[in-house]
Design a protein around this ligand. Structure first.
Ligand SMILES: NC(=O)c1ccc[n+]([C@@H]2O[C@H](COP(=O)([O-])OP(=O)(O)OC[C@H]3O[C@@H](n4cnc5c(N)ncnc54)[C@H](O)[C@@H]3O)[C@@H](O)[C@H]2O)c1
Length: 371
């Protein structure tokens, strides 16, 4: 009996101490952030190990692999057959998210995928249903939900605002043709086209803001909007978008987004949440004003305009990846799952549909007719 118990204990401790093996696929601007965050988590936790990095360009894979002392590959297939790999972290161009995630899921891997989770709603829905069927976790990277001030708003301040009746958002960024859309061969292969980027400012840059608008006040019932490409000759997707929406709880919302902002030293993002007791304003990732009648008044008087778009600090990615991998190791739910990731994508597709058809569009959309 004692011997059996001993073997059970040994078996359990080995099982418990097994680290979750993660492979990062796509090692461009944001893939490098994944790699660094995972390497840091490997040091900080007992449950994470970076086991492979993948990029279609061998020189890139080799460089990152040797920098982090991690085996490198040039195709996702090579890591899907590796039993050390439990999770695929997808940071490839947006049009590859759905096919790569679906393939990984079919190999029984868990998937954490960059925003937008897919370029089509049908692709996103397929990812969700395959993950459910294969009983693997699917998480989407909306790291802004981890910004400390935005957490404070969600967890502590929101309930003080009373009835939320209006959420207004503005994203005024700049993306140039030479340095962004046409920066190099890789950028030219996917940015700026409907087929590969899936959309412009809303799908790529503004989706974080829309995700926050939904996270803060719930799902959307109907939208109306216009999108257009007004200053970027040589790309197809929209560089400017305006939309209005009605939430299921009756509140109204406005969205105004562009990547045409000049001078570039004046770029900013704002979200203003108005409630029956007061309002808060987030500038970039921080609370710039909190004003609640008779309770709180905080204001950072001057807005700091940024030379560059808000730098996305890698630590937000790290905290999101930590939560996803912890949820896996403890077999808990991860809140930003596939269904959650679809919500902002659906709102954006509804704005596109509204703009094309000149109509108010009701959600949910029918994925059979809306790509
Ligand atoms: N969460 C965020 O704030 C955030 C920020 C930036 C980008 N992103 C998202 O991350 C994704 C990647 O964006 P990026 O700016 O890093 O792109 P990028 O063009 O800089 O890098 C993409 C990398 O993927 C590699 N790649 C392409 N096809 C591949 C394949 N089949 N297999 C393996 N590797 C392949 C390319 O060689 C390149 O190195 C996009 O979907 C983007 O929307 C998210």
């Amino acid at each position: 009996m004692k011997t059996i118990l001993f073997f059970i204990l040994i078996f359990n401790s080995q099982y418990m101490s097994k680290r979750i093996g993660v492979a990062v696929v796509g090692l461009g601007s944001i893939g490098k952030t994944h790699v660094k965050a995972l390497k840091d988590l490997e040091k900080e936790t007992e449950f994470v190990k970076l086991v492979a990095v993948v990029d279609q360009i061998k020189a890139i894979a080799e460089k990152i692999g040797s920098e982090y002392g991690t085996p490198y590959y040039t195709t996702i297939d090579e890591v899907l057959r590796n039993s050390e790999v439990d999770v695929i972290s997808i940071a490839t161009p947006s049009y590859l998210h759905a096919p790569q995630a679906i393939l990984a899921i079919e190999y029984g891997k868990h998937v954490i995928v960059e925003k937008p989770m897919a370029t089509t709603l049908a692709g996103a829905r397929e990812m969700v249903s395959r993950a459910e069927r294969n009983e693997v976790k699917l998480g989407v990277i909306f790291q802004e939900r981890y910004a400390p001030d935005i957490r404070r708003l969600k967890n502590d301040i929101l309930k003080e605002l009373g009835r939320i009746y209006l959420i207004e958002s503005e994203l005024k960024w700049y993306r140039d043709m030479k340095g962004y859309y046409k920066r190099d061969e890789i950028a030219r292969s996917w940015r700026g086209m409907w087929n590969t980027e899936g959309g412009g400012v809303m799908t790529n840059q503004g989706i974080h803001t829309i995700d926050l608008m939904i996270w803060l006040n719930g799902e959307v019932e109907e939208v109306s909007g216009f999108v257009d490409n007004l200053t970027h000759d040589g790309i197809e997707v929209e560089d400017t978008a305006v939309a209005i929406m009605r939430y299921k709880n009756g509140a109204l919302g406005t969205i105004s987004q562009t990547v045409s902002m000049k001078p570039t030293t004046y770029q900013y993002r704002k979200i203003r949440v108005n409630g029956s007791n007061g309002f808060v304003e987030i500038t970039d990732g921080s609370l710039s004003t909190v004003a609640i009648e008779g309770k709180i008044e905080e204001s950072k008087s001057s807005v700091e305009y940024k030379k560059e778009t808000i730098a996305q600090p890698g630590n937000l990615h790290k905290e999101l990846l930590r939560d996803f991998l912890r949820a896996l190791s403890e077999d808990n739910d991860f809140p930003i799952n596939g269904k959650e990731g679809m919500k902002s994508l659906e709102v954006i597709k509804a704005v596109y549909l509204s703009s094309v058809n000149r109509q108010v569009v009701k959600l949910p959309l029918d994925v059979r007719i809306v790509v």
